[in-house]
Design a protein around this ligand. Structure first.
Ligand code: COI
Length: 411
């Protein structure tokens, strides 16, 4: 049978050397090709990086005018992978369109995963990445889950650091602003056969950003979604797959129709609270019997995204709130529990946590016709814990506090 053996480069200006993919050889079952196992696949080699600079640098947008994810920098970082050779030489090129065969498996079977991470400019003008090892570890978990290739995290961080350094003129220095980095991996195999991609593209683009919500650091109102679930046990809700995000838009639109900023994801007949929009959810409660204060978030049971900000909030809470007497819990909690705590004045506050918004305070939650107040006074936009978390996290992101979470990009 005659088949296309050569994965098409995703680039119009493709590298001179394109490898011949051997994946669609005789190794097929049920009409599905399996990637050819190769003993010595190349890993990512940062020393092979080539840089082609743009000849038409963009003018900078006034930070105040930035809309999240709409403005991009001059360049992109790309790495192609094939099942026969492994990772090809990394390239920084001018930001450009991809050229992909319409049969590329990403378009048909959602072979796509991504990361969200940020580069910050500190008071000395140094560029800093925040906890990049966490993002790379998660990306490897996401890619492995959908049969995309994995990679060496440190090599990728080195490349991302070089890319962020090249684009540093786009990083606003103002507090609350940063360069959002979007590592993305797609399966590029030209096939309608449902099988592991024999070729892939890993690319990173960058977008200068300000506050995620146009309203800034202000409390949002939520609608609890009871007719759809985001993730389920045994599913892929803990992975950062694009396929997890598209189905979230309709419930968000539904919530917006009724005047809410975001939707709150529940799970099961117990109506466990899981995530808020695209963020992890935190609540601060006072125990009914003991009065003990508790900061709670849902546990990583496979349905919850392993958020880097979630992990940072938990670590900071254990470091700074536990000594003040707080109990820090990763446990299941229900909408009923929140509603009861709210009525009894024991729901102190609630907030979402994610890379894009960092911390997003919640004013109330619409649930079964009830508006569950989340502890804020009418003139208050953030609770004490949300405000302190934002300050603590930003201190490490912007390097005001030297901390191992901050990776200083070599100049
Ligand atoms: C985040 O909060 O970091 C997200 O995942 C949102 C992003 C998809 C824009």
């Amino acid at each position: 049978m005659l088949r296309q053996l050569r994965p098409r480069s995703a680039f119009r200006q493709s590298p001179a050397k394109l490898v011949t993919a051997i994946w669609e050889s005789s190794r097929t079952y049920a009409g599905v090709a399996a990637p050819a196992p190769s003993a010595n696949l190349q890993g990512i080699d940062p020393s092979k990086l080539t840089i082609t600079k743009t000849t038409t640098p963009a003018s900078l947008v006034d930070p105040k005018q930035l809309v999240f994810g709409r403005t991009f920098t001059d360049h992109m970082l790309s790495l192609e992978w094939t099942a026969s050779e492994g990772w090809l030489a990394p390239r920084i090129t001018p930001y450009q369109n991809l050229s992909l065969d319409p049969a590329s498996c990403v378009f048909h079977y959602a072979f796509e995963c991504f990361e969200g991470m940020k580069a910050y400019k500190d008071s000395k003008g140094q560029v800093r990445l925040f906890r990049p090892t966490k993002n790379m570890a998660r990306m490897n978990k996401s890619s492995a889950r959908i049969a995309l290739p994995t990679f060496d995290s440190n090599a990728m961080i080195e490349l991302i650091a070089k890319f962020a350094s090249l684009e540093q003129r786009f990083i606003p220095s103002e507090r609350g602003y940063s360069l959002y980095l979007r590592p993305t991996m797609i399966g590029t195999q030209r096939t309608l056969g449902v099988g592991p991609p024999g070729s892939a593209l890993l690319y990173v683009i960058a977008s200068p950003v300000g506050p995620y919500y146009p309203t800034g650091f202000k409390a949002v109102s939520l609608e609890a979604t009871d007719y759809a679930v985001r993730a389920w046990p045994g599913g892929v809700g803990d992975k950062k797959l694009g396929a997890n995000y598209a189905p979230c838009i309709v419930p968000q639109l539904e919530a917006a129709k009724r005047g809410f900023h975001q939707n709150l994801w529940l799970f099961g007949k117990e109506e466990y609270v899981t995530e808020v929009g695209t963020m992890n959810m935190f609540v601060a409660l006072k125990n009914k019997e003991t009065g003990q204060k508790e900061l709670v978030t849902a546990p990583l049971d496979g349905t919850i995204l392993e958020g880097v900000t979630r992990d940072s909030v938990l670590a900071l809470a254990r470091e700074k709130l536990a000594p003040e007497g707080w109990l820090i819990s990763e446990r299941k909690y229900t909408m009923r529990e929140l509603s009861e705590a709210s009525r009894e004045g024991r729901l102190l506050e609630a907030f979402g946590a994610g890379t894009a918004a960092v911390v997003s305070p919640v004013r109330n939650i619409s649930w079964k016709g009830e508006l569950v107040g989340c502890g804020l006074k009418p003139d208050q936009e953030a609770g004490e814990i949300a405000q302190r978390m934002k300050d603590w996290i930003e201190a490490r992101q912007y390097g005001d506090e030297e901390h191992e979470w901050s990776y200083v990009v070599p100049q």
